[in-house]
Design a protein. Structure first.
Length: 607
């Protein structure tokens, strides 16, 4: 676009400046400038004084307070994903001149809620539709009697979830509905993101930035897919879109002969990557589907595997697409609804109409089952892959300290294997690690930061670590870090597995740390060694008085492992200990644990 002097109200000098500036502006700078000029006009129309200051170079404009935009970003995050997205939104808004307050929900003072003008909620959903730990208190407040009217508040919600779970993105839905009930005005519609969320996040951030620039809240904002430049904090050259190919240095089965389990200790080289991590972080592994499963699926569909399909604007063979890009081992209701459109078998539609039968069918089955049971399907290879979602990255808690292993990272991965309909099923990555990966192979990885699972800043703070099976991984990282730094403050590990003889993971190292003072106490529970099953929660109860004393002395509690059973039972046990040892009511116990969480003294890495 070039401005013509003869058909504009600008002087020759002004026209020259506009024509020099306009081609250099990004789409968002144009949108922002439009919103700014509109706001200035509004001020002039209302006879408010207008002040604009320009630097000597003629580049800096100081905006009037009346048009200065403000935003509060609140995140609820268990593993760090929502927190990272919140950081991206903050960067994008600040680049447009918006003053931003970024806070975990647990740190936000709820009595300030009604004073906000623009609130953006970014949250994951945990377990069976529950808020993540650092969002529980805020969620409870919004649904309580003290929740204020929010008629002057504009808001938008971004929800992260996994559509394979029944209560997909429920926490985000809760916040969205409740903020509206309290009188808030939705500035941008809620977005529910599945595991592959990058594109949706970028689009939502773009909508928010545009809405803020226009300063006109709308329930039906149309977005034209304008690119947004957002940068994550602690940006590395390698991420899930550009992984580092780490060489496998060691792969050891930690379980003894005769064990029902296979737990692989994996050591990877980070040499030359520049990747850094802290105890509590995770490694993301980009999955590769089993070749035998891919071949069986293609044959059942009547495809050869050489058919060319388009994946993210790139041409791939069907075989490569199914091996490296798409999820074929997990069934969800949304997926089956898509597949039913192409099925010539009425039984699939019938299954979708019965939620209880559907839930029973999808558990433990995969895409090959669907193709073999509900065929024939009327589609070509491209139509087939268009129904599938991207194979999500698998995250594994890091089991090493970088201070002790400068250019290495260690993982503890339990092989998932079971049988359904007389066919053995394997976990995608755990099966790959246990059965197919060899020393010298290279696998695509990146570091996933988890700021919500960290050792105390004060090294003298007591810690209580509770985990079962592969849940020991981050504690090996913690203890290696402490050993390297020579820390000997109180540290108590509760570890559980099936059998003492075959399943005592990292036994030699734990005993060494116990001997040199890195670890103060070790309580173990091996559930299959006695007639009555004994778990870590039973060991906690046996030492209830001392556990409570440690808590009163400021100990931080860590829980790592299965969320639905182990972590749930441990949580209930800890609450029982506090109630009985402290003589507290149920309400007082709840307040006690809310305080622990707000002080980062109750941290959970659960899955």
């Amino acid at each position: 676009m070039t401005l013509n002097l003869h058909n504009s109200p600008f002087s020759e000098a002004q026209t020259k400046l506009i024509n020099e500036l306009y081609p250099t502006l990004t789409d968002y700078q144009k949108v922002w400038l439009n919103g700014y000029l509109s706001a200035i006009q509004t001020i002039e129309d209302s006879n408010q004084p207008l002040e604009v200051t320009v630097t000597e170079q003629g580049q800096t404009v100081s905006l009037l307070e009346a048009v200065k935009q403000e935003a509060t970003i609140l995140y609820g995050s268990q593993t760090g994903n929502a927190q990272q997205v919140a950081g991206k939104l903050k960067t994008a808004l600040e680049s447009q001149g918006v003053e931003v307050v970024l806070s975990a929900m647990s740190d936000f003072k709820t009595n300030n809620l009604k004073k906000q003008k623009n609130i953006f909620i970014i949250t994951s959903t945990h377990g069976e539709g529950d808020p993540p730990d650092n969002a529980i208190s805020f969620h409870t407040f919004l649904y309580g009697k003290r929740a204020p009217k929010l008629e002057d508040v504009s808001f938008s919600v971004l929800s992260l979830g996994d559509s394979s779970y029944e209560f997909f993105c429920k926490t985000g839905l809760d916040f969205d509905e409740q903020l509206e009930k309290l009188g808030g005005k939705r500035i941008v519609p809620r977005v529910d993101c599945d595991l592959d969320y990058d594109d949706q996040v970028s689009q939502w951030i773009g909508q928010v930035v545009e809405a803020m620039a226009q300063n006109t809240p709308s329930k039906q904002l149309e977005y034209q897919n304008i690119p947004v430049a957002v940068a994550a904090s602690e940006k590395s050259a390698y991420d899930k879109n550009n992984p580092f190919y780490a060489e496998v240095l060691e792969s050891i089965n930690l379980n003894g002969r005769g064990s029902n389990k296979k737990t692989q200790h994996l050591e990877l080289s980070l040499e030359g990557s520049g990747l850094t991590y802290e105890p509590g972080d995770s490694v993301g592994i980009l999955p590769e589907n089993d070749a035998n499963l891919v071949t069986a699926l293609q044959l059942s569909l009547g495809f050869e595997g050489s058919e060319v399909v388009t994946v993210k604007n790139h041409s791939k063979s069907l075989n490569e697409a199914l091996t490296l890009h798409f999820e074929i081992t997990v069934l969800t209701k949304p997926l089956l609804q898509k597949l039913a459109v192409f099925s010539e078998n009425d039984k699939l539609e019938a299954l979708l109409e019965d939620d209880s039968k559907l839930k029973e069918y999808v558990y433990g089955r995969d895409l090959l089952d669907v193709v073999q049971t509900f065929g024939p399907f009327n589609w070509n290879a491209q139509q087939f892959v268009d129904q599938l979602r991207k194979n999500p990255v698998r995250l594994y808690s890091i089991a090493s300290s970088q201070k002790a292993n400068e250019e290495e990272v260690h993982l503890t991965i339990g092989k998932v294997f079971y049988e359904v309909d007389e066919r053995e099923r394997l976990g995608v990555v755990s099966g790959q690690v246990a059965e197919r990966i060899r020393i010298g192979d290279k696998i695509p990885v990146y570091i996933h930061k988890n700021p919500n699972f960290r050792l105390p800043e004060n090294a003298q703070t007591p810690i209580i670590m509770i985990g079962a099976g592969t849940g020991i991984a981050p504690y090996r990282s913690f203890l290696e870090e402490r050993a390297e730094a020579g820390i000997e403050s109180n540290a108590w590990l509760f570890f559980g597995d099936q059998h003492f003889v075959t399943d005592f993971l990292y036994q030699t190292e734990l005993q060494r740390w116990l001997k040199d003072g890195t670890l103060t106490k070790l309580s173990v529970a091996f559930s299959r060694d006695t007639e009555q099953k004994v778990y870590v929660q039973h060991r906690l109860l046996e030492d209830a008085e001392e556990v409570y004393r440690w808590l009163n002395e400021g100990a931080v509690i860590y829980v790592c492992g299965d969320e639905k059973y182990m972590a749930h039972d441990v949580d209930q046990t800890l609450r029982k200990i506090v109630a009985e040892q402290g003589g507290k009511t149920e309400e007082e116990v709840t307040l006690f644990f809310n305080e622990l969480k707000s002080q980062k003294r109750y941290q959970r890495d659960v899955y």
